[in-house]
Design a protein around this ligand. Structure first.
Ligand SMILES: NC(=O)c1ccc[n+]([C@@H]2O[C@H](COP(=O)([O-])OP(=O)(O)OC[C@H]3O[C@@H](n4cnc5c(N)ncnc54)[C@H](O)[C@@H]3O)[C@@H](O)[C@H]2O)c1
Length: 337
């Protein structure tokens, strides 16, 4: 190996962090950032939506261990041989979930099994194994029909889907494990996350990856309703930054923290920007509004700033450009921001 090549095997001594859902969209960016921060990582993923190619950078690297596990079945048995070799896990980032709200409505028991009981499986491991801290991927879905905008963390929680109910229930379990069992825990409520590696082919995908896919194919972009509904779109590089900071810091125990930009974008604006950035001739069509769709979603972002000194940095146009470059298969992207 020449002096300029990176030796992936030379520094296998940092803190050991388990990342459930680490092969997924947000998870794989989180793994990249943890390794950059000097950690070793165990990925637990059932590959239901996650992909090995998302972790291809770390193939054969002894700092990253990848386990195929369904968290709903418990994680003790899968981790035992690995921790015997790598040592005890110091922190857990729990991202694994059934992420489709529509699926949770059609299959509430499935959602409870993975997104609620699965969280308790992870917390039980943390308690029994003396893990120092758990960071959990919660969601703006815990607020449900929001009555205030921007929505602060103390706003009423009225989730309108099993997905939102199970995220909120998981937050309650985090609080319980922290107060009763002294497992420090932070819930991060993600708003609309976008960026490279988000799967545009999934029917449950984020609107940005779907719009990008359509615009690049020069096919029409369909907006449900009048398009004046707003979302707080936050780039995955910003999200992975606060996830890793929350994991490695001792701040934020028993806190739930919004992760957004504090800026709202209408779906009409988004569609126009995507078409423009693609240089596409796609048209915009409007379909009937989806019943129950939330009209405004905007995060209050002060708590993230106060606790983790976090402000989202990537402007929408820049994040969209990186996402589109990735979708076109262009190299040399700023993928983690
Ligand atoms: N993307 C967003 O905008 C957004 C918004 C709010 C919350 N979240 C939350 O962030 C987390 C990550 O979401 P994402 O967008 O990266 O989605 P994703 O589907 O890319 O990631 C989820 C990962 O969990 C894995 N997984 C699913 N069920 C599992 C199981 N039973 N056992 C083990 N692994 C399992 C999947 O294979 C995948 O790798 C999820 O908890 C999601 O609910 C995401």
């Amino acid at each position: 190996m020449s002096a300029t090549q990176t030796d992936h095997r030379s520094d296998a001594t940092g803190p050991l962090v388990a990342v459930t859902g680490g092969a997924g969209f947000i998870g794989s960016h989180t793994v990249d950032r943890l390794i950059e921060a000097g950690c070793r990582v165990i990925v637990l993923d059932d590959f239901s939506t996650g992909k090995r190619e998302n972790l291809a950078t770390w193939a054969g690297d002894e700092r990253v261990e990848i386990l195929t596990v369904n968290i709903a079945d418990g994680i003790f048995a899968a981790l035992a041989p690995v921790t015997a070799r790598m040592g005890p896990i110091s922190r857990i980032i729990h991202l694994a979930a059934q992420t489709a709200v529509i699926h949770s409505i059609a299959n509430p028991l499935d959602d409870v099994r993975v997104n609620y009981a699965g969280t308790v499986q992870v917390l039980e491991y943390a308690r029994a194994s003396g893990v120092d801290k758990v960071v959990f991927a919660s969601s703006a879905a815990v607020y449900g029909d929001v009555t205030e905008s921007p929505v602060g963390e103390n706003a009423p929680k009225k989730p309108v889907s099993p997905y939102g109910i199970d995220k909120l229930g998981s937050e309650n379990f985090l609080y319980y494990y922290s107060t009763v069992h002294r497992v420090a825990a932070t819930a991060l409520r993600f708003f609309n996350v976008y960026g490279p590696r988000q799967d545009p082919k999934s029917p449950y995908s984020g609107v940005i990856s779907i719009f990008a896919d359509r615009a690049m194919a020069e096919t029409p972009l369909t907006i449900f309703g009048d398009g004046e509904q707003t979302r707080d779109f936050v780039y995955v590089g910003d999200v992975s930054r606060i996830v890793v900071d929350a994991c490695l810091s001792d701040a934020g125990d028993r806190e739930a923290v919004n992760v957004g930009t504090g800026k709202e974008t209408t779906i009409n604006e988004l569609a126009r920007t995507v078409i423009e950035l693609c240089g596409a001739n796609s048209t915009i069509t409007h379909a009937e509004a989806r019943p129950g769709e939330i009209l405004r979603s905007l995060a209050a972002v002060d708590r993230a700033d106060t606790i983790f000194n976090f402000r989202a940095q990537v402007p929408l146009a820049e994040g969209l450009r990186a996402t589109l470059d990735w979708a076109r298969g262009w190299p040399g992207l700023n993928k983690t921001a």
